[in-house]
Design a protein. Structure first.
Length: 578
């Protein structure tokens, strides 16, 4: 009962007053069924004396009716039709409510994930979120169906129990005492099933995380023959899930089928005592047995559906947990919207720690509008961390960042990020057409794209993009494959580069953007950046020194510190005798 109350409160919070509508429909359906069943007593015309028979006789007497056999049959049929119509309406309402929930919940959780603090996202596995957005939210819709079924079954159980009490309350009291004995066994079974549900949700998230990582690294694992070792890790989780499924099914079977022999024993005892020993009319006993059988069936149905409900309660707990976490980790929006970037971004004595590790130490840098700034250094020097700080994904542990003289700490990061173009080291390519990958499904940008490409061709004197398009069998409608596996790394880099230029960013972050390009493509891209960079801050990270030819200044990082600052590439080249 405690769990049912908790489920009710959770669904009341999720669904609002609509849950009361479903409850009212369930009460109405139970009323119609109870009334129709009661009418079988006058229909039998037997020598029956119990409170229910007296109540019906008095009801018809007050109405001035002496219902005929035919009238009673018709009335029973009509009541059953009404009961069926109400149950169908209930199912339709459930379906509509869950349809709305599936749409709203996934949208809400996904939006909140992207509004959450970046550090929180890094602290969780991708499988954790993927599992919540796919399996667990879907499981909640099934859980609600089971919850609704339990609620309706309880209402029907109450009706039949009430009718049975009116017919023979003494026998029902004895049966209730017997039932209490078995409730302890039922509670233990339910506790086992509940535990398996929570474990299954946890293991499922870990399984999906490893599975996603394995499939995302398909090329490497297949090319190197390393997939077997990764598979062993995945199969460990898979074996645990299978064992939990087996254990859960075994205990569920005991709960679902184990009580039927007891029910039949009780029914046989009732018939023997009432007919053989007490001499009561067989018709009255059969009607009472029908009520007892309905009570036991409904009770078993309630328990069966309740156990199914417990199977998925882990999904509900996870959903609540993610909602709470995301609410706590939401980025705080500010009234200081970034309307435009006029001058510069300045780092003043910026430090950043990740746990106990110092990533940046007392970094001072300036990035000015109209200039292309270069950052170089070995792996782990802190270059990508600088980009994450500029995008507001991370916050400095020390010092401050200033945009046009205003502290980053007071900015609205959502409005800032709308002005950022970011070419990351990992080419972000979706399994869709070339055009959709460039425009991110904004078809109206096709004309802007054509104008951009024409401008690039005129300014650079090269048609790198035209050469690339000749290799595509369906042009802009060519599907690029998962993560762009059907095209080369350099071509993926061109697509991502164009996507960010099409955004017309005021801050352009380029993290190894030309690493997979050939010299011609790199020159084409750099020339265009130099010719069109007056209205933006452009910052470039690269291991290829040729990428810095048009940069000034160039910052050289080592172990989180700036060890050199060069005004231009020529100064850098001479210093290092390149």
């Amino acid at each position: 009962m405690k769990n049912m109350i908790r489920f009710f409160k959770v669904f009341k919070r999720i669904l609002g007053a609509r849950i009361y509508t479903l409850l009212a429909l369930g009460v109405l359906a139970a009323f119609f069924e109870g009334l129709s069943i009661s009418l079988f007593i006058p229909l039998l015309k037997a020598d029956i004396h119990n409170p229910l028979k007296r109540f019906l006789d008095r009801l018809f007497s007050i109405a001035g009716m002496h219902p005929s056999f035919t009238f009673l049959l018709i009335l029973i049929f009509v009541l059953f039709c009404l009961r069926t119509a109400v149950l169908i309406l209930t199912a339709e309402r459930e379906g509509k409510i869950m349809k709305g929930f599936l749409i709203a919940a996934r949208r809400d959780i996904l939006e909140k994930i992207f509004q959450a603090d970046y550090g929180y996202y890094l602290s969780r596995k991708i499988g954790y979120f993927n599992n919540a957005l796919t399996m667990e939210i879907h499981n909640i819709s099934f859980l609600f169906k089971q919850f609704s079924t339990v609620m309706v079954s309880l209402l029907f159980l109450s009706v039949y129990l009430f009718l049975a009490l009116l017919v023979d309350w003494k026998t029902i009291l004895v049966l209730g005492i017997i039932a209490l004995f078995f409730m302890g066994v039922v509670r233990k079974l339910n506790a086992k099933i509940s535990g398996y549900s929570i474990k299954t949700t946890k293991i499922s998230g870990e399984f999906q995380s490893f599975l996603i990582q394995a499939l995302s690294q398909f090329k490497y694992l297949k090319a190197t023959g390393s997939f077997r070792r990764v598979f062993n890790k995945i199969f460990e989780q898979n074996n645990l899930l299978a064992q939990l499924f087996y254990d859960n099914r075994l205990y569920s079977a005991w709960g679902e089928y184990g009580f039927f022999p007891v029910v039949m024993l009780v029914i046989s005892a009732i018939v023997y005592i009432h007919v053989a020993l007490m001499g009561r009319p067989i018709v009255e006993v059969l009607f009472f047995l029908f009520l007892v059988k309905q009570v036991s069936d409904k009770l078993i149905t309630v328990q069966s559906n309740y156990r199914k409900l417990l199977n998925y309660q882990g999904s509900l707990f996870l959903f609540e947990k993610i909602e709470k976490e995301l609410a706590e980790q939401m980025e705080i929006s500010s009234v200081n919207k970034v309307a435009a970037i006029k001058e510069s971004i300045v780092f003043r004595d910026v430090g950043f720690r990740h746990g106990d590790k110092l990533i940046l130490d007392n970094v001072n840098m300036e990035f000015h509008r109209g200039l292309m700034t270069g950052i170089l250094g070995p792996l782990g020097a802190g270059k990508s961390t600088i980009f994450n700080l500029i995008a507001g994904l991370l916050k400095p542990s020390a010092g401050g960042i200033y945009l046009d003289g205003q502290s980053y700490a007071g900015l609205d990061f959502a409005s800032l990020r709308e002005k950022i173009g970011y070419v990351t080291q990992e080419d972000v390519i979706f399994h869709d057409t070339l055009l959709n990958n460039i425009t991110l499904w904004d078809r109206e940008k096709k004309k802007e794209l054509d104008n951009l490409l024409n401008s690039m061709k005129e300014r650079c004197g090269l048609d790198i993009w035209g050469e690339f398009m000749k290799t595509l069998p369906r042009g802009y409608d060519t599907v690029l494959g998962e993560s762009g596996l059907k095209i080369s790394g350099g071509q993926r880099g061109l697509i991502v580069f164009l996507r960010e230029l099409l955004k017309k960013p005021e801050i352009l972050l380029l993290d190894e953007f030309s690493s997979a390009m050939d010299e011609g493509a790199e020159l084409w891209a750099l020339t265009f950046l130099a010719n069109t960079g007056r209205d933006r801050i452009t910052i470039m990270i690269s291991h290829r020194l040729t990428a810095f030819k048009l940069c000034r200044p160039i910052y050289h990082l080592l172990n989180g510190k700036i060890i050199e600052t060069h005004n231009n590439y020529e100064e850098f080249r001479k210093r290092h005798q390149i």
